[in-house]
Write a new protein. Sequence first.
Length: 425
Amino acid sequence: MKHAVSALNAGFAGRVGVVLALVALSSGLAGAADVRANFGPYNATFLEGGVGLSRPLERESALLAPRAPWSITGWVRVSRERTGPIVIAAIGEPSALGCRCLLLQDARLAVAVGASQRLRSDATLTPGDWEAIAATYDGSTARLYLNGREIGSQPLESASASTLWSLAPHSTDPTATNHFGGSLARFELHDAALSADAVRQLAAARPDFDLVVFQQVGVGWPWQVKSWRGLQEPQDPWTLPRGKAPFSVPVATPPVSSSALERESDLDVWTLASWKLAEGPKVSADGAQLSRPAFRDDDWYVATVPGTVLTTLIDRGVYPDPDYGLNNLAIPERLARQHYWYRTQFNLPPELSGRHLTLNFKGINYSAEVWVNGERLGEVTGAFIRGLFDVTGKLKPGEPNAIAVRISPAPHPGIPHEESIVAGP
C-alpha cells in the first residue's frame, strides 16, 4: 500500500522547547457488502469532455458471450444535467447505438445490452448528489436500480461483446459527442446477475466519501510526469487488503495534565508543555488573532506533545489506532493535505524580565509560520529543520502570552523529489 506521509514536527529547544508533529497515512475503502466483483471497485473523477478509463477483458471471459449474465454497480455523482446519450460504463465497444452498458439517456438512467435492446427509466440523477445505481442482466431480462430500489425491468436479447471494459468512455458512434463528467465511487463489474437483495446490500453500504481516494482522469498530461505517476495516482482500491471486521471504535485517553510553562533542570531553559490543536480548515481566525491571549480555544483538542497530529486525534478519540487491523483505512487522506494550528498560552515569570529570550523549535515538518502575541515572527521550511527566533521584548514577563504555530504539509506528500539531494531537504 502506498502511503502519503506528511510528518510535522514543530517545537522549541534551548530557551523554550516543545515538539509537535503530524503523520497522515493514505487510506482506501474496504467494501462493507459481502458481494465480490470481477473488476473494481473503481474510484475516479472524470473531466467532462476528457478521456475515460478502460481495462482489457480476456477473450475467454464469460462476460463476452451472448446472453451472458452481468451486473454493474456503484455510486455516481454527475457534475451537471445534460441531454443525449451519455455512457457511464460499458462492456465492449461503447457505441451509443449498440453497447452493453449503463448510461444516461436525456438525463434518465438506462441500460442497454445491444443494438436497439435498451431499457429506459423515468429516474433522473441529481447533479452534485451521490446516488447508488445498478444495472443487472440475467441473460434474458435487464433491470435497473436507483438507491437500492428497482426502477424498471424489461426482456432484452444481447449479442457477444468485444474485449473491453470502460468507464466514462467516448462513444465510437461519430454522431455522439456527449461525455460523462463527474465521479464514480466503488464502481464494480460482476459476471453474474445480482439479486435484488444483493443490490440493496450494496446500496445500504454507503461509503464515507472522505475516505475515498479518487483517481483524477483526464487532468494533465501523464507523459510529462511519468516518473512520478505511480506516486500521484492512488493504488487500485481492489488491491488493498479487505476484511469483514469493522474498524475499531476510537477510544479517547485522558490528556496528561501539565503546566503551560515548566522549568527544566537547567534554570535557563523553560519548556512550553501545554498545547491545543485544531484542524486549519475549521479555524476562521488568522495567526495574529490566534496568538493573542484573549482568543478562546475551549473547543480545540488538547494536544499530545511531543507527538504527531495523528497521535492527538487518536488520543482524543477521533480516529482508531492505525496499528490494529485495517484501522489505517479509516483515516482520511485529506489529513496529509491540510494545515493545522497549534496554540499555547502561558504566564512568563517576572524573573525573566530584562533577559535575552530565544524561542527554539526542535524540528518542524514540513513548514510552519510562527506568531507571538499578535506578531508574525517568521517561518520554517524543510523536514525537521530547527527554527530559532529572538523573542526578547516580545514576551511580557508577569503577563499572559500566547504563541500560535501554523503547520503545513509538503506541497506534494509522498513524492520523493520533495526530499532529495537535487530538491533540497
